[in-house]
Design a binder for this molecule. Structure first.
Ligand code: SF4
Length: 213
């Protein structure tokens, strides 16, 4: 089971057998996700199951911590909670694990890459939990309006999900030093500009990232 890995140019490598780790380290927590994005590899079952990031069972919080204990990460720059699903499905575990990492490596930067639907998933505002252990939350904006967002993400919460995702982003600002919205560059210049306007309205930066097939 691959729990910790490094990633370069869309390729990932398990930490097993690696020493002197200087790359960013990713934590593979869950396959669960309330969305079914049109571009997500999880949506083809064959693709998902042939991918070694697909978890046959979720690692427990203790298993993840003991995996961290196997490696010296003092040269590593950043730990990123992501995975082949939505990491914030396990926000309570993330916070515990992140706090543990901070106690061990006090300057370690910790990021969560998320779809921003955590408050809908947990049916409450979970953003206060992030205070003190999470340095960056990076949220996929995906689109400049609710209709397009829902069409792309096909999430189980319906059309209200877009506004709730934006509210979540704004709430995160109170507890997390860096909150960033992201879109992929293949959505077109016009849509990117519209996304930029949405981000300006809520006072958050937009990062345009390259789309990887
Ligand atoms: S939110 Fe992320 S994990 Fe979930 S379906 Fe979309 S791309 Fe896949």
């Amino acid at each position: 089971m691959v729990i910790l890995y490094t990633a370069k140019n869309g390729e990932y490598t398990s930490l097993q057998g690696q020493s002197n780790i200087k790359d960013n380290v990713y934590v593979n927590l869950t396959n669960r996700c309330p969305a079914a994005c049109t571009f997500c590899l999880r949506n083809t079952k064959e693709m998902a199951e042939s991918n070694s990031l697909w978890l046959k069972r979720e690692p427990t919080r203790e298993e993840i911590i003991s995996e961290f204990d196997k490696y010296d990460l003092s040269k590593c720059n950043e730990i990123i909670f992501c995975g082949f699903g939505e990491p914030m499905e396990r926000v309570y575990d993330i916070v515990e694990i992140a706090s543990y990492i901070k106690r061990k490596y006090k300057d370690m930067h910790i990021r969560i890459n998320t779809n921003g639907l955590a408050n809908l998933i947990h049916e409450k505002d979970i953003t206060p939990l992030l205070k003190g252990s999470i340095d960056t939350v990076s949220i996929s904006l995906n689109a400049s309006n609710a209709e397009e967002y829902y069409k792309i993400t096909r999430n189980k919460f319906g059309i209200k999900s877009y506004d709730e995702m934006l509210k979540f982003a704004v709430e995160c600002k109170k507890y997390v030093p860096n909150v960033v919205m992201t879109v992929v560059d293949c959505i077109g210049e016009e849509e990117i500009e519209s996304c930029r306007r949405v981000c300006n309205e809520i006072g958050l930066p937009l990062r345009v990232r390259p789309f990887e097939e």
